[in-house]
Write a protein that binds this ligand. Sequence first.
Ligand code: COA
Length: 357
Amino acid sequence: MQNGLEGVVVAETLTSSVDGEAGELIIGGRAVGDLSGVVPFERVCGLMWERDVEVAVPLGAARARAFERLPDLGRALSLADGMDALRASVAQLDDTSREGVTGAVAVFAAAWSRTRRGLDPIAPDPEAAHAADYLRMLHGDAPTDGAAAAMDAYFAAVVDHGMNASTFAARVVASTESDRVSSVVAAIGALKGRLHGGAPGPVLDMLDAVGAPERAEAWVREALDAKERIMGMGHRVYRVRDPRAAVLERAVEQLDSVADPARLALARAVEQAAERQLRERKPDRPLRANVEFYTALLLEALGIERALFTPTFACARVVGWCAHYDEQRAEGRLIRPRARYVGPRPEAAPALRSRAG
Ligand code: COA
């Protein structure tokens, strides 16, 4: 059943545009393929926030400030789930600038990962590029140029994506004239779910279960016969292959020094099998690879553990949330949809037992 919001326009935006029929994603006025891997993440932030404002210096400073806050976060960074940790740590921020929140998400995500691995968090380098610094805070060493470029390309590709669930959550909170941190915390909660940001980990679990390209067809058939969903396939808006899948697949290919070619071959076999079988079973509903499919491969190749995939997604998407927060505050109108009541009318409702009875 549709929830009544399909296709409903709830805001005007300068941030991004998604054309699901054509498979076109425009971010800050550019096609995603001309942005990701081409324009550095900091400039993408500038495009999203203020038509090309310079953010590298304030973003680096914000990472440094966020790191200073780590000792005050209590249990937040020892929570078992990375998105719970992010929600609990971001909720304590008092720096409510766009750069402040964006810098903090990367620092907190990296610190959570280090903490769960029994390692001390690593201080950011405010001079470094945001994506490269994220990898350095995770792994301890400065990344290779190729790895830094791939991380940067990923961040740019997923920075914003129309009125997706987490962005809508952020805008609803902003529309009540609440603060930016509350808006971002709501968005983190929405992103946590596996139908939104939680799919790339399960994509790798699936690849592990399939094991070899020649097993892909049989594995997909069994999964679909058991009424399971193939992770990384299908999209609410796209009726063609998600354009970000192509961008990220290219980024994985270019990472040949780090990526495992056999893994890429396995992923392509599973994608082809899933696409073909889903087309047979659902001829009226095109179900093709979405962003999560090649996100999984890319983040794995960058040495990022599965549990950190969704927090890493949040590191980029927070830029979009912040832009939407500002737009919604500027618009200044409460978002208040309606629900269609399908319960009984008072005259037909069963009698309630009185307190005495
Ligand atoms: N594997 C198998 N079947 C799928 C499917 C998938 N990945 N995605 C959708 N379908 C099927 C549904 O079961 C449904 O079948 P039915 O009509 O027999 O019930 C039909 O296609 C339509 O699905 P629907 O739930 O209406 O699509 P949606 O627009 O609500 O779902 C997603 C979009 C993304 C939630 C859905 O495609 C999905 O669950 N994908 C896997 C999770 C994922 O990759 N999430 C990341 C999104 S970026």
